[in-house]
Design a protein around this ligand. Structure first.
Ligand code: PEP
Ligand code: MG
Length: 909
């Protein structure tokens, strides 16, 4: 067997890897290799593969035996390209060590810069650069990062927040600045920094009990180990959970020659996007800082300047752009932008450094974007012929589409309100909620059903869970590429950064703007698209229709094969869903007419029917109820003119409807001409221990055929009347909670009888309709072959199928499912994301057996999973005819279905 290759080199215009090797080299490593291959100036380096990470965790945190020799050989190559030697006393090479997983995890793992600075190499570097201050500044940064990342975090030392070595060193630096009367880090002279590094080294030794390593080789391996360790660090694990990144992917490690953006005023560092990541506008967009290292931009410590003149904003128009300050370098960067977009056929996020006038590219990756930007870019790139239609459809994730359907601050209300502060518009849409000042509070408050705005000085990766829980995020510092901005944009969450007018006191849990104080729990409204902060609660409206959205959805439907219907119980919902592209109703829950608006009267008659205790009484109540049911069904059938409507017969357990209020009970008793005692007796008799598995669904129709009869008559009469009015209506009668074909046979007798009567009454030869069932009990799935003898369609009720398949009560899982997910016993809440392995197999069996009996059996799903993207993809794969979901999820289901069809097409090729 060939020896596994663990290290891949790049630099000097070539590379051993390429862009499509992300699994092995991680995103960063694969893209560095690709840039090197394209002849883009990349500091030479090498990537240690993700396989080493997997090996490391499988082998008790040790490396493959051949790794050391491979690293040494790769370092030799770097040395020869960069014409310097790692650890050398004459001409030393410094390197950075960075993580790089398959999919980007911004700021979640560790980085160490300036590795290779030791008492041996420092004098040589000073001689070479002639810049003592620069070298000592690099050295103090190395000590800060290394002691924090390698000696403390990777060593597993648990420290209280704010007590870590890094903070302690920062205090030392502040103390020295204060003593010298300085305000800026840049005020520190070479002599000061020399003194500072000695203080740092002593502090490291006294706090961590070990000296800072004065050996280049030792620093290098310390850095490599720390990156691998950080894969299992708390925040990386938390981020992977949220993003659904598997734990066993592992990270790669990139070791790369250092270049410096902090060597004076002809040096700089920056981050850019090849197009605007918030709006999608085709303009080169970014930020830069003169005389700085990359971390300064991302950390949000200094507010960066705009890249060019065209993208200046209200907030930064007074600053000098790179285009103006270094025109030749800007041109070179602009050319790289074009080359990269052509090569990747996508918007890229790039990092660069300018060292004494020479441009170096440090990173490129496909950039995160808002839903709006994703849509605009996909349609622009299609027009530019950079991508084809199928690719355009793949470019917007279902979650991003969701974001487009989400609310914004009502512009009319906004016109009348005055913002209390302005910041950078980092994440789209609007958000309104109560102020909290820590991520933990955000999580806690959200758990209690509160909507919160997380207000922070700046966010760091430890805050992700709180950011997730919040409606919106507001930070006082940072730029458009700061951590908060990147993460929020990735999620499409409303976010404002760099809002310098706010002053925060986390301890007291208050913030102030212009002398006015806002405390925890006060309301704020954010407009993340403009960067405006308002006091109080402004109304929200749904995002305005983008004409491009309509065009995009047309493309989606061109490639989609799975039908998409909606679950709607009212004409209003049905109308909304039609606007969103629903192709019919997959579930009309009859019982919903007994809740909410205008339900008073029908509910009274339903209750009367329930507490009746003989057929005569029941029939009398049903007769009274009939016109309401018919009217309700007719209204929805009419809205869905031209499209099929699946009407489900009454499903819930009856006792749910028995009132507890004394006056209501009395009124009912009176109308039934019975006394209070008799009423209580009848109501008690309806009580069940397990109502979810009790007298509900078809079981009601079996015991009280007159209930089915009334409903079926309402359906047929409503249909007959609409047909006579010239409408095209297609009712589908659906029987719930079926477990055996005999139940369907029993009910079909009633349906046939009423059908004949209604045809005669309206003088119609035939009424087109389907008779079918829900498959929501495991036995029904298993006996689907028989059930299909009677049922012309199946609709999977995956809410109940999950309940009965797992034996988890759908109403009571809160007590244990979170623990199951935490312990990884379950990958997700099965009531949200379909369990494809178990419940999915029941579905597949049912489809197979059902279609064996009835090849043209129509199959759909109407459980909540019908609007969840991964479950929709599953429904496509198992050959369903349609999914049905709530109106707002209709576009999401359409997109998820189209994307799965495209994936399938691509696999076939
Ligand atoms: C189901 O069980 O999946 C379903 C759609 O029905 P309900 O949620 O009304 O029980
Ligand atoms: Mg059900």
């Amino acid at each position: 067997m060939a020896k596994t290759k663990y290290v891949f080199s790049f630099g000097g215009g070539k590379a051993e890897g390429k862009a499509d090797m992300k699994e092995l080299l991680g995103g960063k490593g694969a893209n560095l290799a690709e840039m090197a291959n394209l002849g883009i100036p990349v500091p030479a380096g090498f990537t240690i593969t993700t396989e080493v990470c997997t090996y490391y965790y499988k082998h008790n945190r040790s490396y493959p035996p051949t790794l050391k020799a491979e690293v040494e050989a790769a370092m030799k190559k770097v040395e020869s390209i960069m014409k310097a030697k790692f650890g050398d006393a004459k001409n030393p090479l410094l390197v950075s060590v960075r993580s790089g997983a398959r999919s980007s995890m911004p700021g979640m793992m560790e980085t160490v810069l300036n590795i290779g600075l030791t008492t041996k190499t420092i004098p040589a570097l000073i001689a070479r650069t002639g810049n003592e201050r620069f070298v000592y500044d690099a050295y103090r940064r190395l000590i800060m990062m290394y002691s924090d990342v390698v000696m403390e975090k990777a060593a597993g030392l648990e420290v209280e927040e704010g007590k870590g070595i890094r903070v302690q060193l920062e205090h030392e630096m502040e103390a020295l600045k204060k003593q010298k009367g300085y305000t800026q880090d840049t005020d520190l002279t070479a002599e000061d920094l020399k003194q500072l590094v000695e203080i740092f080294k002593e502090k490291v030794k006294s706090v961590l009990g070990k000296p800072f390593p004065d050996d280049a080789e030792k620093q290098l391996w310390g850095g490599i180990g720390a990156v691998f360790q950080s894969w299992n660090g708390k925040r990386a694990v938390a981020y992977r959970r949220i993003e659904g990144i598997p734990d066993d992917w592992g990270t790669a490690v990139n070791v790369q020659a250092m270049v410096f953006g902090n060597m004076g005023d002809n040096s700089a560092t920056g981050v850019a996007f090849t197009r605007n990541p918030a709006t999608g506008e085709n303009k080169f967009y970014g930020e830069w800082l003169v005389n700085a290292q990359g971390e300064d931009v991302v950390a949000g410590i200094r507010t960066p300047a705009p890249l060019n003149e065209a993208t200046k904003t209200e907030q930064n128009k007074h600053m000098v752009s790179l285009e103006k300050a270094m025109p030749a370098t800007y041109k070179e960067l602009e050319a790289i932008r074009k080359l990269l977009e052509k090569e990747y056929r996508d918007m890229l996020d790039i990092e660069f450094t300018i060292q004494e006038g020479k441009l170096w590219m440090l990173q490129c990756r496909v950039g995160k974007r808002t839903g709006t930007a994703a849509l605009n870019m996909a349609m622009d790139m299609l027009k530019e012929k950079l991508i084809d239609e199928q690719e355009a459809v793949m470019r917007l994730s279902p979650t991003q589409l969701d974001e487009l359907l989400h609310p914004i601050v009502d512009p009319n209300a906004e016109k009348k309100a005055n913002p209390i502060a302005k910041g950078l518009p980092a994440g789209p849409g609007g958000a309104c909620g109560q102020i909290v000042f820590t991520a933990a509070d955000a999580v806690e408050w959200a758990k209690n059903g509160k909507k919160v705005i997380l207000v922070r000085e700046e966010t760091n990766p430890e805050d992700v869970e709180g950011m997730r829980a919040a409606q919106g995020i507001l930070t006082a510092r940072g730029g458009m590429t700061s951590h908060a901005a990147l993460v929020a944009r990735g999620w499409g969450k409303c976010c404002i950064v760099g809002c310098s007018a706010i002053e925060i006191d986390v301890k007291k849990k208050v913030m102030s703007v212009d002398g006015k104080t806002y405390k925890e729990g006060d309301y704020l409204t954010l407009n993340g698209s403009k960067g405006y902060v308002y006091q109080g609660q402004l109304p929200m409206i749904s995002a305005s229709e983008n004409p491009r959205f309509v065009h995009f959805m047309k493309l989606v439907d061109k490639y989609r094969r799975l039908g998409v219907r909606t679950n709607a119980d009212t004409p209003e919902d049905a109308k909304k869903a039609r606007e969103f592209g629903a192709e019919g109703i997959g579930l009309f829950r009859t019982e919903h007419m007994f809740y909410g608006k205008n339900s008073e009267e029908p509910l009274f008659y339903l209750r009367k029917m329930i507490v009746s205790n003989n057929e005569q009484e029941r029939r009398a109540a049903l007769d009274e109820l009939f016109p309401y049911v018919k009217k309700d069904i007719k209204a929805t059938l009419e809205v869905m003119n031209g499209l099929p409507v699946t009407i489900r017969l009454l499903d819930p357990p009856l006792h749910e409807f028995v009132p507890n209020e004394e006056d209501k009970r009395e009124k009912l008793a009176k109308s039934l001409k019975i006394d209070k005692k008799e009423f209580a007796k009848r109501a008690d008799a309806l009580h069940e221990t397990n109502p979810m598995m009790g007298h509900r669904g078809v079981r009601l129709g079996v015991t009280y055929p007159e209930i089915t009869e009334m409903q079926v008559r309402a359906i047929f009469e409503a249909t007959a009347e609409l047909l006579q009015e010239g409408k095209k209506v297609f009712p589908e009668i659906m029987v719930p909670v079926v477990s055996t074909v005999e139940e369907l046979r029993d009910q079909k007798v009633i349906v046939d009888k009423v059908y004949k009567e209604v045809c005669a009454k309206y003088n119609l030869k035939a009424i087109k309709y389907l008779y079918g069932t829900m498959i929501e009990i495991p036995r029904a799935a298993l006996t689907a072959g028989k059930i299909a003898q009677e049922a012309e369609f199946f609709s999977y009720g995956t809410n109940d199928l999950t309940q009965m398949g797992f034996g988890f009560s759908r109403d009571d899982i809160g007590g244990f499912v979170p623990a199951y997910i935490e312990k990884k016993i379950l990958p997700a809440d099965p009531f949200n994301i379909l369990d494809q392995e178990g419940i999915g197999e029941l579905i597949q069996i049912g489809i197979e057996r059902g279609r064996k009996t009835r090849p043209n059996l129509k199959v759909g799903i109407c459980g909540e999973h019908g609007g969840e993207p991964s479950s929709v993809a599953f429904c496509h794969r198992v050959g369903m005819n349609y999914v049905s979901c709530s109106p707002y999820r209709v576009p999401i289901a359409r997109l998820a279905a189209a994307q799965e069809a495209i994936r399938e097409n691509r696999k076939k090729k």
